[in-house]
Design a protein around this ligand. Structure first.
Ligand code: PMP
Length: 360
């Protein structure tokens, strides 16, 4: 068996011990005589798996009381509609900060459900920098302010928490959830697709302050109504049971490694190796402003884009996969989520050095 170093932006690499455990438990979970995939979601075994995953998430993220954890479906793109359907009804208006493709998509979708004000945009810098809070034009009557904490495609990340006063801060954390310590109390709502740092796609995590509920628009489908899902402990409809089980294994693994402080250190170390190399190279370069560089998705460009294809093909021959940049921006992107090893990053840098020597 050969496993590659998988730098894919998501679905992404998962911890090998988790995959091994899942494989060992595939036919018979814990003496139940069945796979987790085959269990009733309302049975004792799965209810235990579900509760454990929820408890681990609360512990690792430090989720205070007064917040509801929801295991939903529909992904972060689904949440682009589900968030406004549930929250924008408070005042009918919401602020959106645009920092790249994902937040632009969020703002566009929200327009169906209320008035969207673009409070700030990184457009002028071609989304290579996060607009400073001093430039934001916030509406004090907004139902919430939406940000994307880490732009997976462009490669910019918030390294500070915006101050939105009394207006709740909503964050799409799909690609940096659980990558570093977080003060959840500064957020009204956090959502994330699971398929980067948590587990398989199909599961969407939502953490919402309970006092924000109760404003769902009448069009909100019951399965996407946070209040209804909360009252049913995310079991209003059949949840993505297998994805929740794998998420639970990943969370247990992350806890054993030392939780958020350990993840932050591990992720900063990997990102530094890559960015230091890029900064010292005259062949590769990072397009992102230094203080806003993502520690999760390192975007970079080759000196000559005619070399992009040979670079990607050669990488595969060296056991390095998933480094082609998103089709909308081109270039390269190395996604280095929690489960990517330091060894993987060293292998990538070594390949880049060799490629530069051959083609530089
Ligand atoms: N937001 C961000 C920040 C993402 O990285 C992604 C997926 N790459 C999405 C939203 C969309 O997620 P999904 O396809 O699971 O809906």
């Amino acid at each position: 068996m050969t496993r590659v170093f998988n730098f894919s932006p998501g679905p992404a690499t998962l911890p090998e011990p988790v995959l091994r455990q899942a494989a060992a438990e595939m036919l018979d979970w814990n003496g139940s005589g069945m796979s987790v995939m085959e269990m009733s979601h309302r049975g004792k075994e799965f209810m235990g798996i579900h509760a454990e995953a929820e408890d681990l998430l609360a512990e690792l993220m430090g989720i205070p009381s007064g917040y509801q954890i929801l295991f939903m479906q529909g992904g972060a793109i689904g949440e682009n509609a589900i968030v406004p359907m549930n929250l924008i009804g408070a005042t009918g208006r919401a602020d959106y900060v645009l920092t790249g493709d994902w937040s632009k998509k969020s703002a566009k979708e929200a327009k169906t459900y209320g008035t969207v004000n673009v409070a700030a945009t990184g457009e002028a810098s071609k989304f290579t920098a996060i607009p400073k809070q001093s430039e934001w034009k916030l509406d004090p009557g907004a139902s919430y302010v939406h940000i994307c904490s880490n732009e997976t495609i462009g490669g910019v990340q918030f390294h500070w928490t915006p101050d939105t006063g009394k207006v709740p801060l909503v964050a799409d954390m799909s690609s940096d959830i659980l990558s570093r310590p977080l003060d959840v109390s500064k957020y009204g709502l956090i959502y994330a697709g699971a398929q980067k740092n948590i587990g398989p796609s199909g599961l969407t995590i939502v953490v919402v302050r309970k006092d924000l509920l109760g404003h769902a628009l009448p069009v909100t489908p019951s399965a996407f109504n946070y209040q209804i899902q909360g009252e049913a402990d995310s079991m209003y409809n059949t949840p993505p049971t297998y994805a929740i089980y794998i998420a639970g294994l990943v969370l247990k693994h992350v806890k054993a490694l030392g939780g958020m402080p350990a993840m932050a250190e591990h992720n900063a170390r990997k990102a530094k190796i890559l960015y230091d190399f890029l900064d010292g190279s005259s062949f590769f370069r990072s397009p992102i402003s230094k203080e806003d560089r993502s520690l999760m998705n390192v975007t970079f460009w080759l000196k000559d884009d005619k070399l992009d294809d040979p670079f990607v093909k050669g990488a595969l021959q060296h056991g390095i996969s998933g480094i082609k940049g998103h089709r909308s921006v081109g270039g390269m992107r190395a996604s280095i989520y929690n489960a990517m090893s330091v060894e993987g990053v060293h292998a990538l840098v070594k390949y880049m050095q060799d490629f530069e020597r051959q083609h530089g």
